[in-house]
Design a protein around this ligand. Structure first.
Ligand SMILES: NC(=O)C1=CN([C@@H]2O[C@H](COP(=O)(O)OP(=O)(O)OC[C@H]3O[C@@H](n4cnc5c(N)ncnc54)[C@H](O)[C@@H]3O)[C@@H](O)[C@H]2O)C=CC1
Ligand SMILES: O=C(CO)COP(=O)(O)O
Length: 345
């Protein structure tokens, strides 16, 4: 097939997940003329979406392309599809993908979920490998606020996988005049960056609510990147991947936008709300809370120095005073600016 034919080929796409990001991906894929089925667990939500073409619960005010067919029938959603995006929160991810057994052999399967599994410290593509070994697996991650994608703001993302054909297919399916897809072979690094940055989005929301200055916010984001890199190296990942869209790009957007749910949870905490109240008011998933708990435990276990994540953990889970934590961090031993710690090969 020529490159031109490949790029214009209409494909059958399935999106598993009825939340904001799944809907945004379904919308772009359909806008490109592909046949799209979107699975969600609620039959009523699917029926309402097929009638109104609006996802009222997660993306109110945005009209979804009419070629998206919503369904609560997983087998129907997956039958004859070429490419499947999985946009299910990490807590329910394994349970949902288990129910896809026997339905996706040989298909291209792409996780868009930025989280970590509690019991295993698995990232979502690792769960896909374990549960659905017959599929070809990739990860989509980047600075991708769902509402901005629906508003057709110029956006870019990363498809990460060693399988070049998978990367190329995703690029062809999603690429349009407002959405650009870069390929990366480092699946683990791209996925780890997407999960870790949520921790620092919470910290940034908290700093914003406390009226901290621009110097402080810049300090937080930059040192967050240093912490992320240190953690990545200890996990055997390449920290240089974090210099791309799925690392620093996503860190910037989620640490500076109140469209980020993690940022909003941090903001609510900074206003003095409890974690329960902040999560309840959000009504959507903020992966960073769970990730913070797991990364803090892992960092302690492996002896990785992560003062910002540890400080946030103490505030959220041990009730420490925010001002005390900030003061302690400022009085710590002064470190070097840039730490280039490359993997030993
Ligand atoms: N919303 C965004 O801007 C972006 C989100 N992501 C990632 O995408 C993932 C999914 O997030 P969103 O779509 O934003 O979440 P969301 O909070 O908007 O929606 C979650 C969806 O998952 C469904 N769900 C929850 N538990 C389920 C279960 N047990 N079985 C079936 N369905 C279940 C909910 O019904 C809902 O449809 C998250 O990990 C997030 O990090 C990635 C990029 C951007
Ligand atoms: O990952 C995101 C943007 O890239 C979305 O962030 P939140 O989950 O914090 O809304």
């Amino acid at each position: 097939m020529t490159e031109q034919n490949r790029a214009t080929k209409k494909r059958r796409i399935t999106v598993v997940g009825g939340g904001s990001f799944g809907t945004a991906l379904a919308d772009i894929s359909a806008t490109k003329g592909n046949h799209v089925r979107q699975w969600m667990r609620s039959a009523e939500q699917a029926e309402a979406m097929n009638t109104t073409h609006v996802n009222e619960r997660y993306l109110p005010g945005f009209t979804i392309n009419q070629n998206v067919v919503a369904t609560s029938d997983l087998a129907f959603a997956l039958e004859s599809s070429d490419l499947v995006f999985v946009a299910i929160p990490s807590k329910a991810f394994r349970e949902v993908v288990r129910s896809m057994k026997g339905l996706v052999d040989g298909k291209l399967l792409v996780s868009t979920t930025k989280g970590v599994e509690a019991e295993t410290f698995d990232l979502m593509s690792e769960i896909l490998h374990e549960e659905l070994p017959g599929a070809r697996i990739g990860v989509l991650s980047g600075p991708n606020l769902a509402k901005e994608i629906m508003a057709k703001c110029i956006t870019a993302t990363v498809i990460a996988c060693e399988d070049d054909e998978l990367c190329q297919t995703v690029q062809e399916v999603l690429h349009c005049d407002y959405f650009r897809v870069y390929a990366n072979h480092d699946r683990y690094g791209v996925e780890l960056g997407g999960a870790l940055k949520n921790i620092y989005a919470i910290v940034s929301g908290l700093a914003e609510a406390l009226g901290m200055g621009e110097n402080t916010k810049s300090l937080l984001i930059t040192r967050a990147l240093a912490e992320m890199g240190r953690f990545a190296v200890t996990m055997g990942a390449n920290p240089l991947t974090f210099l791309g869209l799925a690392g620093v790009g996503d860190l910037i957007v989620t640490c500076t936008s109140n469209l980020s749910r993690n940022f909003r949870v941090g903001y609510a905490l900074g206003e003095g709300k409890s974690l329960e109240a902040a999560e309840k008011a959000l009504g959507q998933v903020a992966e960073g809370i769970n990730t913070l708990k797991l990364v803090k435990e892992k960092a302690d276990e492996m002896g990785v120095y992560m003062p910002i994540a540890t400080g946030l953990y103490e505030i959220i889970f041990n009730g420490h005073d925010i001002a005390d934590i900030a003061r302690t961090m400022m009085l710590r031993e002064q470190k070097t600016d840039v730490e280039f710690i490359l993997q030993q090969s």
